[in-house]
Each structure stands twice: as C-alpha cells, then as structure tokens.
Design a protein around this ligand. Structure first.
Ligand code: DAT
Ligand code: MG
Length: 140
C-alpha cells in the first residue's frame, strides 16, 4: 500500500471539550503521523466553501454554522493507506453506527457534531489539504 496524506479536522464540539490530545492519540496509536497541524477559526464563508459539495443537503446551513462556531484543528495525516485508515479510525458519520473504539463512537455528540472530518478519496484529500495548507507547512 502506498504512503498517502489525508486531510483531517478536529471539529468545534471536540475542541470545546479539550479532546484534541485524545483524538491525536488515536491517530498516532494507529500509525498515522501528524505532518502538519494548526488551530484556526473559520468564517462561515470558508466553512461553506469547504463543504460546498453538501450545499443542496438540508443540513448544510446548520453544518456551516457549527463548523465556524469555535476553533478547529486542521491537520494533515500521513501513513500507509492513510485515507482509508483515517476513515476507519474515525468511524461512521452517525456515532450511533460507529464501531466501538472509533473516535466518533467514543466522542461524537450527534450525526452533525461528530468530532472529526476526514477526506474520503485521494482527489478530495489533495484539494482539502491545499485549501488549508501551503506546501511549505507540510513538514513531514
Ligand atoms: P463524513 O463526515 O463522515 O464524511 P458526510 O461527508 O456525509 O460525512 O457529511 C459531512 C458532514 O455533514 C458530517 O460529518 C456531519 C454532517 N452531516 C451529514 N449527514 C448529516 C445529517 N443527516 N444530519 C446532520 N448533519 C449531517
Ligand atoms: Mg465526507
């Protein structure tokens, strides 16, 4: 399997509850390396652009309000098969369906406030990384 990079967000529900370290421990224990990381607070326009693919969904406005309601930690995770591996560590979108031991099973508050984002494919990973990070910020 190839060495990959994926984009991750520790969402407002998790930063509010001081879960950054606990979530990062899950990534590192699973062998993913945090090769870039910063804490930011998005504007609604920035969140809206990031989640543009969901613009027609009924929860879009609520999702954008939530994502800019508090700081988030944006990150780039690197490892063998990092994109799929991170989706496994995260668990299903709805915490009620998330496998035991996953981040969402342990920490998510609801389907909307579900603690983490992770890219779903190589193409989206590349676009999402470039949206938040300059090449020089990816230190390996
Ligand atoms: P994921 O974050 O697992 O990739 P997604 O891309 O389908 O899930 O949706 C993006 C985010 O939108 C998700 O993390 C939380 C929110 N969301 C998805 N489905 C929702 C729903 N039925 N009600 C409220 N928020 C939802
Ligand atoms: Mg998604």
């Amino acid at each position: 399997m190839a060495l990959e990079r994926t984009f991750s967000i520790i969402k407002p529900d998790a930063t509010r509850r001081n879960l950054t370290g606990a979530i990062n421990a899950k990534f590192e224990e699973a062998g993913l390396r945090i090769v870039a990381q910063k804490r930011i607070q998005m504007t609604k326009a920035q969140a809206g652009k990031f989640y543009e693919v969901h613009a027609e969904r009924p929860f879009y406005d609520e999702l954008c309000d939530f994502m800019c309601s508090a700081p988030v930690v944006v990150q780039v995770l690197e490892g063998e098969g990092a994109i799929a591996k991170n989706r496994e560590i995260m668990g299903a979108t709805n915490p009620a369906d998330a496998a035991p031991g996953t981040i969402r099973a342990e920490f998510a508050e609801s389907v909307g406030e579900n603690s983490v984002h992770g890219s779903d494919a190589p193409e989206t990973a590349a676009v999402e990384i470039a949206y938040f990070f300059a090449g020089l910020e990816l230190v390996g």
